[in-house]
Design a protein around this ligand. Sequence first.
Ligand code: HEC
Length: 389
Amino acid sequence: MALSPEIVNGLLEGLQAAQQGLRSLLSWLGLAPEVYGQPAWPFAHRLSAEMLLVDAGHARRVLTALGASVFAAGLVLWSFFWRRARERLWLLAVAVLVLTPWPDANLLLTAAVPTSLHQSPSGFSAQGIVRGQAVYQQQCIRCHGTDGRGEGPDAASLPMWPPSLNGALLWKRLDGELFWRVREGMQGRGGVPTMPGFGHVLNDQEVWDVLDYLQAHAAGQMLRESGAWERPIRLPALAVRCRRGLSGEHSTHDLLGQRVRVVLPSAAGLPEQDPRLVDLVATARPQDAGDDPECLTDGPASMAALALVLGVPQTELPGYQMIVDRAGWLRARGLPGAPAWSEDDLVCRSGVTGPAVTKTNATPGEGLDALVRRMDAEPVRLLRGGFPH
Ligand code: HEC
């Protein structure tokens, strides 16, 4: 019998918090020195989340072992208050621990590096993504290719082909482990170097930037190839100017908590404003932004980052729209010239399968209504290396 997703999620979140907490404690005790700007994970192993996701039997054993440990600890605690039964309680605690089916350490743990638990400090900003693109073009293209598929000019002469960076690969890894691999390089079986390290050419910030670029690029390529953001991707943090509440220069971070519609205006003009959405007009030509847009972003970095996550060249941006949920995830895409929103435009969905999508000739408001309702009802969560992020 499979465990319910809520239980597995709770388990993953708990283990992740315990692991991060242990690192903080060690760092506070001076036992986890800083590497690359954050406390190091001092062990050769970390908890593996992936196995918990794929192997329900393993997840159940981990839960049972946790329950048994808590129970045994409770018995020992109790024994301090009930002296006469102390020995019996201790025996019982030992018996519980011995009889518990413990999870297999090979499934529970996986190899770790000092930066395994590092989190990207970049904020996924458009500026960083654009800087990362420049790094990619200088350092990575020769093997990974202009399109990230791994077919660069030097690829064929390597001991192994570089993987395609356009699919789900990056989402399967922890940020900190990707960071380590780019800084320190990678080895194949028997220690044969497969990818060189870039620690001597790139600083920390440049490595985080190039990883942000790769993620934005991969999301756009997925959308182009399969018509969906199969892995969740955030709206890059863009510099914006808004008319209400937020005056002056701000970031789209300040819009979290509201649903945002990103509008790339075309000759056809701007869509009607909608009370459910904050409109963010993105254009390199301020004359296209209408009289008084709710929010405006017009920098070259914003346009470049939006083109990347949409998987189209910048010249094709006019006419696209995107809807961002309250948590900042890109959820829906409207194609240029499309008459109205429908549920089909929800191209980033949670695993939850909703009611069958019914195609109706809805009026613009109704289609958007259904879409927004469904978006709110099905929030997405980001998994990195199997851990909620
Ligand atoms: C000399 C060729 C070469 C260059 C240059 C190169 N890579 Fe790689 N890269 C590889 C190979 C080969 C692999 C597969 C290595 C393996 O699986 O052992 C790889 C793997 C990767 C991976 C996947 C790691 C994983 O967890 O599976 C990422 C991400 C990556 N490279 C990023 C970059 C970035 C960013 C740059 C530029 C800063 C770069 N690479 C430059 C050859 C290269």
